[in-house]
Design a protein around this ligand. Structure first.
Ligand SMILES: [Fe+2]
Length: 210
């Protein structure tokens, strides 16, 4: 009984192209912080409700903790997507012509290059957050989104297919803050497209509904 605890996952991600092992080490620590905070919040909230009511004098604190769930949960989960869609040793860069992801991008954006211009453009947006390519599981359409912090802008029910952290901590040891475009280029040279394609829904072979 009690609250389900999350365990921080381990990621084997050495020798990325243009993203140092030092950056990753620091980033893993930050990620572990989100796992810890998610667990802590869940435990505290469970404590408030364990007598099957929320007392009036507890309500302010209960509300504040509950509001923080979106930040901590998404901070945990988005980092897992991000680390998972990177490939140790680096990758081929853009997906090859036969790739399912490329086809999905073409169907949704007209061409892979247009999809990429949008995704990279979002990654360069001023502010602290994420660029995420989502798939709408009801029709297979891809769309790119800016997420402020970890929680504002995620689309309920959509599948994250490609997740890029553009908080400065993701690159500050390797690039200056103004050089975010160089980090984005490095990110692209490490994308594990096999993982991204596995995230696409199973009915991917079908054309996108009009
Ligand atoms: Fe991060």
């Amino acid at each position: 009984m009690g609250t389900k605890l999350y365990n921080a996952r381990q990621f084997n991600l050495s020798n990325l192209k243009g993203i140092s092992d030092e950056t990753l080490e620091m980033h893993f620590k930050l990620y572990e912080g989100y796992v810890k905070e998610t667990n802590k919040l869940n435990e505290k909230i469970a404590d408030f409700v364990k007598d099957a009511k929320v007392d009036q004098d507890e309500f302010a604190e209960y509300s504040e903790l509950t509001r923080r769930l979106g930040f901590e949960y998404n901070g945990m989960v988005l980092h897992e997507y991000y680390f998972d869609n990177l490939k140790s040793g680096g990758s081929i860069g853009d997906p090859n012509n036969k790739s399912i992801f490329r086809q999905a991008a073409e169907q949704s954006f007209g061409s892979y290059d247009i999809w990429k211009a949008d995704f990279v453009g979002i990654g360069k947006m001023r502010g602290v957050g994420w660029a995420i390519c989502y798939e709408n599981p009801t029709n297979g359409a891809l769309s790119n989104h800016w997420i402020t912090l970890h929680e504002t802008g995620n689309v309920a029910g959509f599948n994250p297919v490609l997740v890029m952290d553009v908080w400065e901590h993701a690159f500050i040891l390797d690039y200056k803050p103004a050089d975010r475009p160089k980090y984005i280029e490095a990110f692209f040279s490490n994308i594990d497209w096999d993982i991204c394609e596995r995230r696409l829904s199973k009915q991917r072979a079908q054309p996108i509904a009009a």
